[in-house]
Design a binder for this molecule. Structure first.
Ligand code: ADP
Length: 219
């Protein structure tokens, strides 16, 4: 897996979880916050931590915001700071900016100013939990013997694109045999079919290859 250069802005509960988890997974993580205590708290759990006000475009340029593969703006309650930080990162040329929105209105504004992905952690988790409760699995685990199994795996943002482009057989040695979306099941999907987050995938492979795929999805 390629090491990613990540910049996490805002080290509240959410930003800290994103920054330290990426670092634990072997990625390069620069974490910034305007609050000194928050920076000190994560100092030993990321590559580099610094006190920076992300609403200050020059300060963001100085830390090279444009050079990171991913910038995560994890400022929540201060909507104005969140919008300015997102705008600064995009106008400096950061290729992929993920931003946390506290409500639907903030989400719309953030999309308008160019955020590549806007998440609403509490809302999204609530939707996901409801789906999990409401939609029973198509299969649990079906052991086929000889180390082969069929399992159900939920797709997320990491599996965007057509099956051809995702090339899961080449990369992980697994095969998707069905896709369940909004209660409809598509069996024997074609190469041009696109996966979307929350799709339920029925996947066949060896125990090891299925574990690799799960790890890639962050499960
Ligand atoms: P959470 O709900 O994840 O704890 P918060 O919105 O409470 O999120 O925390 C956001 C973090 O972002 C805080 O640590 C705060 O100090 C930081 N923050 C707020 N404004 C800025 C800014 N302009 N630049 C850098 N960090 C900021």
């Amino acid at each position: 897996m390629k090491t990613k250069q990540c910049l996490v802005i805002g080290l509240g509960r959410f930003g800290t979880a994103v920054a330290t988890t990426l670092y634990e997974m072997g990625h390069e993580v620069v974490a910034i916050d305007q609050n000194e205590d928050n920076v000190e708290r994560v100092m030993n759990r990321v590559t580099h931590a610094a006190i920076v006000d992300a609403t200050d475009e020059r300060a963001l340029r100085a830390i090279g915001a444009a050079d990171f593969d991913v910038v995560v703006v994890a400022i929540g309650t201060d909507v104005q700071a969140n919008i300015l930080a997102t705008m600064n990162a995009k106008s400096l040329g950061a290729p992929y900016v993920v931003t946390k929105a506290i409500d639907e209105m903030a989400r719309r504004v953030l999309e308008r100013i160019g955020a590549d992905l806007v998440i609403r952690p509490e809302h999204d988790m609530g939707v996901r939990l409801a789906r999990q409760i409401a939609t029973p699995n198509i299969v649990d685990t079906l052991d086929l013997g000889g180390d082969y199994a069929i399992v159900e795996i939920e797709a997320n943002e990491r599996l965007r694109g057509t099956l051809r482009d995702l090339n899961l057989t080449g990369r992980f040695g697994v095969q998707i045999i069905a896709i369940s979306r909004a209660g409809k099941v598509e069996v024997t999907p074609r190469a041009e079919d696109e996966l979307r987050p929350h799709d339920k995938l029925v996947v066949i492979g060896t125990g090891h290859s299925l574990d690799e795929l799960r790890r890639y999805l962050g499960e």
